[in-house]
Ligand binder design. Structure first.
Ligand SMILES: [Zn+2]
Length: 461
């Protein structure tokens, strides 16, 4: 059962409107008219009388963009923020799992709310989720509740581990998880929110589970997700002597409904195989740099015609939730990959954070650009924010010298979700307090507080 979300009437008047439409129009003194939650006109000059009774946003000193689309996230991970940094991977895994085992539905909700607050303040109107901490039954309900209350659009993956090598508390059966995903959609599904399945990793799943998950997603006409990182690829090569795409093909899942996060190591020819199959890449460059692992060869995947979205990843491995920061890292990482051959540019970063992410999430008809007929998801930045000035090279500045602080107003389906950097529906102080309390409780219950404090210079007593 899907619930219809009523959209609002709103006129955003003035400012520089960066449409990200197919002609990449940039309108001086533009306007965006939204009726019943859908964009009905994007133009220049003063809007006609037709919308004179609509609620108004004065953007005359502003920069107007489509709401940003975050293609990879772990919303609950504000709970983990800062605890497992500056450690080598071998040191991190055991305490991280011990900490994760203390997660409950309420704590998942608290962590997700903070992440959603941060994403909104960063201009994100559509986010994904990849939720893998299933030590407490029903905790995905906490994520769904948080997303609904935030008013953001969500493509939320409920992940699965079904191999005994996984930490034992996280091992589940696909048959149970598939029932839960249907129940989650029944309860929380709407025009804005969909729950999809995910294999958290091929190394943590039975060989035949991927095909079941793919079939489940295809029957429901949704995507399914998976994480594919360096370790999976190495294990695949060791097992098959071939690269990742061959392994996926063997499993029968190298198809167009797969949203694959990271894919940071692909062998020659594999970007083309992925693109030809229609596989969607959720590119999360900051997390790769955080881990010191290779960053996906984005340029090869794009040159092959692949669908690519850009994601901030979770606060555990980013640690911020800033799409603007991720855009900058994304381009700089490609320049580094190619030893500064100027292969990538700011225009590409803006495309990745808007239209390309929308396409990767199968939402290209809904979001990602300011065009008639699309959902009224719009953000307004302060055009006088120092990092955007001088304004001559605005598109460059948006990517390389901007910060989330410039985002003033966030609109979703024509409804003002943030105004003057204050969320309409979420209580910022309450969220920060509850996340703080949840993290401290999890540290205490897992017995990690003293242990981790010795490794890091904490201010917490
Ligand atoms: Zn991830």
């Amino acid at each position: 059962m899907t619930e219809c979300v009523d959209g609002k009437n709103l006129l955003i008047q003035g400012g520089i409107v960066i449409t990200m439409d197919p002609d990449r129009r940039i309108l001086q003194e533009g306007f965006v008219a939204i009726e019943g939650g859908r964009i009905v006109e994007v133009g220049s000059g003063r809007a006609g009388d037709r919308w004179s009774n609509f609620e108004r946003v004065d953007a005359s000193e502003g920069v107007v963009l489509p709401g940003l689309v975050n293609a990879h996230a772990h919303l609950d991970q504000t709970l983990f923020r800062g605890l497992f940094d500056d450690m080598v991977a071998a040191e991190r895994w055991e305490p991280m799992v011990r900490f994760a085992e203390r997660q409950t539905r309420e704590r998942a909700y608290a962590g997700a709310r903070q992440s959603l607050l941060e994403l909104t303040r960063a201009g994100v109107t559509t986010t994904t989720e990849s939720y893998w901490v299933h030590s407490h039954p029903g905790s995905m309900n906490g994520i769904c509740q948080a997303v609904r209350e935030s008013h953001l659009r969500g493509v939320l993956a409920r992940a699965l581990n079904d191999l005994p090598t996984t930490p034992s508390r996280f091992v589940e059966e696909w048959e149970d998880v598939s029932v839960e995903i249907d129940e989650l959609n029944e309860r929380w599904g709407s025009d804005r929110l969909t729950v999809i399945p995910e294999l958290i990793s091929f190394m943590r799943a039975q060989r035949d589970t991927a095909a079941k998950v793919e079939d489940f997603a295809r029957q429901r006409d949704t995507l399914w997700a998976c994480h594919i990182a360096t370790g999976d690829i190495q294990a695949t090569v060791n097992r098959t002597g071939k690269g990742l795409t061959y392994y996926l093909e063997d499993l029968g899942v190298l198809k167009d409904n797969l949203l694959a996060a990271h894919c940071n190591v692909l062998y020659p020819g594999e970007p083309q195989r992925m693109a030809d199959a229609g596989v969607r890449l959720a590119h999360a460059p900051v997390a790769q740099l955080w881990q010191g692992s290779p960053v996906a060869d984005l340029m090869a995947i794009l040159a092959a015609g692949g669908k690519v979205g850009l994601g901030v990843d979770g606060p555990l491995t980013n640690n911020s939730q800033s799409m603007f920061e991720t855009m900058k890292f994304c381009i700089f990482a490609q320049q580094q990959n190619y030893r500064h051959q100027l292969v990538a540019n700011a225009d590409l970063a803006l495309e990745l954070a808007t239209v390309r992410s929308a396409e990767a999430l199968d939402l290209a008809d809904e979001v990602g650009s300011l065009e008639t007929g699309k959902a009224g998801d719009v953000i307004v930045l302060d055009g006088n924010y120092p990092g955007l000035r001088p304004i001559t090279a605005l598109l460059i500045n948006l990517v390389y010298s901007n910060s989330d602080e410039a985002v003033q107003t966030v609109v979703i389906d024509g409804e003002i979700v943030m105004k003057d950097r204050k969320h309409t529906f979420l209580d910022e102080n309450e969220i920060i307090r509850e996340t703080e309390e949840a993290q401290r409780a999890m540290l205490s219950e897992s017995g990690l507080a003293g242990e981790l404090k010795e490794k890091q210079n904490w201010v917490m007593p």
